[in-house]
Design a protein around this ligand. Structure first.
Ligand SMILES: [Zn+2]
Length: 120
């Protein structure tokens, strides 16, 4: 088996351990284990980590875009709402899966685990 870049595999929705099986079981639910190599994926949960980055990125793009279009091109408010509200939804949904895959891959690559009593 060749060495897999866990970050690239995770961003593409593939198992960060082998790069062949699927990371997700659904849109954002992490599969319990990899179907190709059997690696336990389910214990790596990112919580709201990916959503935080996606909110910041999509919010910055759309807030800047809305302000720029209103001041530079004199778009009325309703045109900005029609353009930028669907844009923020589309950007958020488009980035969410790769961002969560990256977060899970980072946990696996860095061998992160939940802190227990033996870590204190
Ligand atoms: Zn795998």
């Amino acid at each position: 088996m060749t060495k897999v870049n866990p970050y690239a595999a995770g961003a593409r929705g593939l198992c960060p351990h082998c790069g062949e099986g699927y990371l997700f079981d659904g849109f954002l639910k992490v599969a319990p284990r990899c179907e190709a190599c059997g690696f336990e994926l389910g214990k790596h949960e990112t919580g709201d980590g990916a959503a935080t980055f996606v909110i910041l990125i999509a919010g910055a793009i759309c807030a800047f875009g809305a302000l720029f279009s209103m001041f530079a091109w004199n778009w009325p408010v309703w045109v900005s709402l029609v353009v930028w509200l669907p844009a923020v939804v589309a950007i958020s949904l488009g980035l969410m899966r790769p961002a969560k895959g990256l977060m899970v891959a980072a946990q696996i690559a860095q061998k992160a685990s939940e802190a227990g009593r033996d870590h204190v």
